[in-house]
Design a binder for this molecule. Structure first.
Ligand code: MEV
Length: 375
């Protein structure tokens, strides 16, 4: 056993958040903001997890965790969703109840779930120091929980010998094989289910595979040709729960199916149109594609408001950026969290700076980045 370093990117959903939970298509891209994990084997029987971003330090002796293993059958595979009894046992063990769905408690639950599932499968509990830190804001719609789950799944599967180490001797950076990445992605999805309840799987897929992809009903289709797009990300810093927002959209769907279904179908068409435009842009880069992308963002932002996942802070981002000639929409679960603003190749630095100044004056945090980071 040796020290292992893993990293995974965050994501931006260009189109299809929420609709993707109901079987529609989403187009999502990896961003150049990453989560990093370092796992150092220990010689004793301790397992330590440090999460500096959320000021969390977990420490157990593997003998304390041993009784929990009963709830994790050795033949449980990554194709089985977490069962509620397992999650309840973990909550009771860690002293967490339903009213404490904080980032700290969710990260603890996902860690315990993945650690025990993977340890049970391979028949031993690795002792290690694990540190996970991130450039991504937590719980803001940029896939921080998915990047965390992907890093954990990769490290624990490697540490338990289920998959090989990604790093070959003498290489500074290496990737897992496609087969191993598929296994990592499946386990990361289980971590996401523990955290979010009923996620679609789009976040962990983008974080695992990187680049840009279309995601629909568990089917991942990497977009072969993706143009370089500059974007501005704005974190409104308004906290919200993906689980609660996803449940809210589901309630609306049940209450008004005839009204809501066409909205989701329209979002599906927006995702398809976006994919077509991105392919055309990659083939023939030209400014003429930008008005189409901008209009799609405006329409989708209205749809997301209809779904009830907007927020006054997100309206503010849209208004302020519009005053600089830019177009924005929420990205991820909404209700606060982050917005994405499209920048054109000819959007000048003074325009971006002025927009950032206005957004910062509202207490928002901004990053300029581009899309399509590696997984
Ligand atoms: C969250 O990043 C995206 C949602 O569509 C939820 C999901 O797909 O699991 C809101």
């Amino acid at each position: 056993a040796r020290t292992l370093c893993v990293s995974a990117p965050g994501k931006v959903i260009l189109h299809g958040e929420h609709a993707v939970v109901h079987g529609k298509a989403a187009v999502a891209v990896a961003v150049n903001l990453r989560t990093f994990l370092k796992m150092t084997p220990r010689n004793d029987s301790k397992i330590l997890v440090e999460l500096p971003n959320i000021r969390t330090r977990l420490c157990w002796d593997t003998s304390e965790l041993q009784p929990l293993l009963e709830a994790f059958p050795a033949d449980q595979t990554e194709s089985q969703p977490p069962n509620p009894e397992q999650v309840e046992k973990l909550k009771a063990f860690a002293g967490l109840n339903n009213t404490t769905a904080t980032p700290q408690s969710l990260a603890t639950l996902a860690f315990l779930y993945l650690y025990l599932s993977i340890a049970s499968r391979c028949g031993f509990m690795p002792s290690a120091d694990i540190v996970v830190w991130s450039e991504l804001p937590t719980g803001a719609g940029l896939g921080s929980s998915a990047a965390y789950s992907v890093c954990l799944a990769g490290a624990l599967l490697s540490g338990c010998g289920v998959i090989g180490y990604p790093l070959e001797e003498g290489q500074s950076e290496s990737r897992w094989s496609k087969e191993n990445l598929a296994v990592i992605n499946s386990w990361a999805f289980r971590g996401e289910q523990v955290i979010h309840g009923n996620p679609s799987g789009v976040d962990n897929s983008v974080s695992t595979w990187g680049g840009a992809l279309r995601y629909q009903s568990g089917k991942i289709c990497s977009l072969k040709r993706v143009p370089t797009l500059r974007i501005l990300l704005t974190n409104t810093r308004v906290p919200r729960s993906t689980k609660v927002l996803v449940a809210g959209v589901k309630d609306k769907m049940m209450k008004f199916p005839a009204i809501m279904e066409p909205v989701l179908t329209s979002v599906d068409a927006i995702s398809q149109e976006c994919e077509t435009v991105l392919a055309a842009m990659a083939e023939h880069p030209s400014l003429e594609h930008y008005p189409v992308l901008e209009e799609l963002m405006d329409i989708n932002q209205h749809h997301l408001n209809v779904m009830g996942v907007g927020h006054s802070s997100l309206d503010k981002v849209c208004q302020l950026t519009a005053s600089h000639g830019l177009h924005s929409k929420l990205t991820g679960a909404g209700g606060g969290g982050c917005a994405v603003t499209l920048l054109r190749p000819d959007t000048t630095p003074p325009v971006v700076e002025a927009a950032v100044r206005d957004l910062s004056d509202c207490g928002f945090e901004c990053w300029e980045t581009d899309i399509g980071a590696p997984g």
